[in-house]
Write a protein that binds this ligand. Sequence first.
Ligand code: HPA
Length: 251
Amino acid sequence: MPESIVLAIIGGSGLTALEGLEIIGEETIETPYGPPSAPLVRGRLHGRTVLFLPRHGRGHTIPPHRINYRANLWALREAGAPRIFAAAAVGGITPEAAPTRLVIPDQVIDYTWGRPSTFFEEDLDEVVHVDFTRPYDPELRQHLIEAAAALSLDVVRHGTYGATQGPRLESAAEIERLARDGCTIVGMTGMPEAALARELALPYVCCAVVANWAAGRGDSEAPITMAEIEQNLSRGLRNLRRLLAACIDRL
Ligand code: HPA
């Protein structure tokens, strides 16, 4: 019998393929919501079976507001994912959320709009409201934090992820507002992904890589460039891969 899947990894910007993944096969899954961003890749990572799905598609062509989050989550559950590790590129709002650092958020605020964001809207026997007090699975978060400590890896152990609509970056005033709301990092894909995982009862954790200072933060008056984002991401993702490996070892 093939070993069951220990983890599904949703890759974000900069993580459209997973280095070190020994590919076993690919699964093209149709869902009631249409196709996911890409075929699911089943593979072995650090001796364990995992699934991998690049959120923005294989060629990184699907912008945040056009991702079929429902299809992605549905397909992962259908393929047997027991839990989800979501990698995400973010902007840093507070001083500790500095470029290249990893942040394990424990809260989220949703500023997105117009995205299909629930599985519970049609053919219902009754209205469903899932609990979302702790949007990220506390046990999986603890697991990641312990894995990081064992590696002496520098991670920020708390954070509030502000999920914005994109695809443009924010204005400085929008970031000021997010900061007043208590957001420490900002990204475009955190929601409805986390909420949909909860609706499917899939434990979900986010590991965010800070790609840039959010608009109006940091010392520089210069515009945020894709080159800066890519350079910081590639450094941060090296640490994310180490953390992922340690996390899989402990599952
Ligand atoms: N804002 C929103 N999303 C992002 C950013 C940002 O500054 N950087 C990377 N993803």
